[in-house]
Design a protein around this ligand. Structure first.
Ligand SMILES: Cc1cc2nc3c(=O)[nH]c(=O)nc-3n(C[C@H](O)[C@H](O)[C@H](O)COP(=O)(O)OP(=O)(O)OC[C@H]3O[C@@H](n4cnc5c(N)ncnc54)[C@H](O)[C@@H]3O)c2cc1C
Length: 508
């Protein structure tokens, strides 16, 4: 055997699986199709002097896991910068709401801004903190019915009676928020963050996307100094320091199967043999392109990838953003800037998306991380990233993204200028990552940054499909990880860690 285990794809989840296995003493090789590691957690100098993230930027979920400590990633160059305030929500009437890492500071601030809102926030967090922590523990384990049952029996649950708790869990998250908060601004702020996973605020059974909000106060919002990709650079350094191999520009063309067991991979014309193979790519890539056809599971036909949902405009600016609402410029630019007026703006954007139209009035998340990290742009300059929703991959009237991309990006800038006028004059470089771009360049089919839709039928034991949710693939010796597996997309690494634990248990 050339290796004990071959990992296909160097996204952060694949690298995390590889790092745990290398740390345990196994001979590991990672093969990555692109020229850099990291997949949707990578950073490149796309404009001279500006470090541009190509995928996820806000490190929130990984802060809920022990991964950084267990792999001692600080010894491999990873340094996290905490962003506090975590969220800043300016509204058209000039009022701005802040969510700080410190719960009491947030409660006091909200109460001072909107009488009653602080008290409601306190009730919301205390009712759901236990449930949210139980969800987090579920994310850190293989999603068997036994684990789910065990976590809810021994884990912290909500102090609400079970029928009240269930009622909220089954509801669309906008209804959960409307029942907790009188203030539409607080409803909007939390709903817009909940919408980042994809499902709209009106979808039943999405209550948990808002109900895990208390976890932000546990783990915070952070950024690796130097760019999001510093996480995956540190993982690569860790793997190599433990004797592993990481190869880029090395697309796997086929998973080799001998006598019903995965036995290695083919990269171009080269065969690499191994005791086990772990595919960390999109599930569609694994099932439809890499596995020999006779082993393709029937369930692969049912994968729901959806129709994209967001787009990112990366702007290199020669001056910092100046918000009209900001009394304190630094504080207003530190965390995620949630630019959504109200729930109807969110619903309206989703309505257009259902008609395969890009939003004309998109809610935005603006990110200006130079405020916290001066290594990202030349002194006195700024990186500004605008994430907008909703943007469908397939467009009405046979339109193509190549034709409409410039207009849609312009519309996002217009929208941002309602909060920070004059920004257009400071743009020195830009990259627009629309759904077709995300598929073409990052392999995110149909532009879904979460790989598969994050709705209840494709979560927990349903991800990627029922029967294949234990990180074990359709043939012996083949393992699955990545955003296509439990607990799904986002920069978390739990899928990578869970898969590593399964593989370690099987190999030993
Ligand atoms: C624009 C954007 C913004 C986002 N913002 C955030 C955010 O702020 N916070 C957050 O938590 N999440 C965010 N996300 C989501 C998050 O980044 C992703 O869900 C997550 O990084 C997916 O990681 P992964 O390792 O599971 O998969 P991927 O990153 O998709 O990795 C899969 C890897 O496999 C490789 N590969 C595929 N096929 C092959 C092959 N045949 N051979 C070899 N290699 C192959 C790919 O090149 C890729 O490197 C964002 C994503 C995008 C794109």
């Amino acid at each position: 055997m050339d290796y004990d285990i071959v990992i296909i794809g160097a996204g952060h989840n694949g690298l995390i699986t590889a790092a745990y296995l290398a740390q345990a003493g196994y001979r590991v090789a990672v093969f990555e199709r692109r020229e850099i590691v990291g997949g949707a957690v990578s950073t490149q100098e796309r404009v001279p002097g500006y470090q541009i993230d190509l995928g996820g930027s806000a490190h929130i979920l990984i802060r809920q896991t022990p991964i950084v400590e267990e792999l001692e990633l600080d010894a491999f160059g990873l340094r996290y910068i905490d962003l506090d305030p975590m969220f800043i929500a300016p509204f058209p009437d000039g009022q701005t709401l802040y969510i700080y890492r410190d719960l009491q500071k947030t409660i006091d601030h909200l109460e001072a801004q909107i009488p009653g809102a602080g008290k409601n926030y306190h009730n919301f967090v205390s009712d759901w903190q236990g449930f949210a922590r139980t969800m987090r523990n579920l994310f850190l384990s293989s999603p068997s019915p036994w684990q789910i049952g065990k976590q809810f029996i021994v884990g912290e649950t909500s102090p609400l009676p079970w029928h009240e708790e269930l009622r909220h869990i089954l509801r669309p998250y906008e209804q959960v928020l409307q029942s907790y908060f009188d203030a539409p601004k607080v409803q909007t702020l939390i709903a817009w963050m909940a919408a980042q996973s994809g499902p709209p605020p009106t979808e039943p059974l999405t209550g948990p996307f808002a109900l895990w909000h208390p976890l932000y106060h546990d783990g915070g919002v952070a950024r690796p100094e130097g760019g999001s990709g510093m996480l995956t650079q540190a993982l690569r350094a860790h793997i190599e320091a433990h004797g592993g191999t990481v190869e880029t520009d090395a697309a796997v063309d086929e998973i080799l199967v001998e006598q019903g067991s995965a036995s290695g991979v083919r990269v171009h014309d080269q065969i690499y043999t191994s005791r086990a193979v772990c595919s960390a790519t999109h599930a569609r890539e694994t099932f439809d392109k890499l596995l020999p056809e006779q082993y393709r599971p029937d369930q692969a036909d049912g994968l729901r990838i959806g129709n994209g949902f967001g787009a990112m405009l990366r702007l290199a600016l020669d001056a910092p953003v100046e918000y009209t609402h900001a009394e304190d410029g630094e504080e207003a630019r530190t965390g995620l800037q949630l630019l959504c007026r109200d729930l109807s703006q969110l619903r309206q954007a989703y309505g257009e998306y259902l008609g395969n139209e890009p939003s004309k009035d998109p809610p935005l998340v603006a990110m200006t991380f130079s405020a916290a990290d001066d290594t990202l742009a030349p002194s006195g300059s700024e990186v500004l990233w605008l994430w907008g929703q909703y943007y469908p991959y397939e467009l009405a009237d046979n339109q193509s993204w190549n034709k409409i991309a410039d207009d849609v990006a312009d519309r996002m800038i217009d929208q941002f200028e309602t909060y920070a006028p004059g920004i257009r004059d400071h743009i020195v470089g830009q990259l627009f990552q629309h759904p077709a771009w995300l598929e073409d360049r990052l392999g995110l089919f149909r532009g879904n940054v979460m790989h598969l839709e994050m709705s209840i039928d494709q979560m927990f034991a349903g991800r990627p499909t029922l029967g294949l949710a234990s990180y074990r693939g359709p043939v012996d010796g083949l393992y699955l990880t990545g955003a296509s597996t439990h607990p799904g997309g986002g920069i978390m690494g739990a899928a990578g860690r869970n898969a590593a634990r399964t593989i370690l248990s099987d190999l030993s």
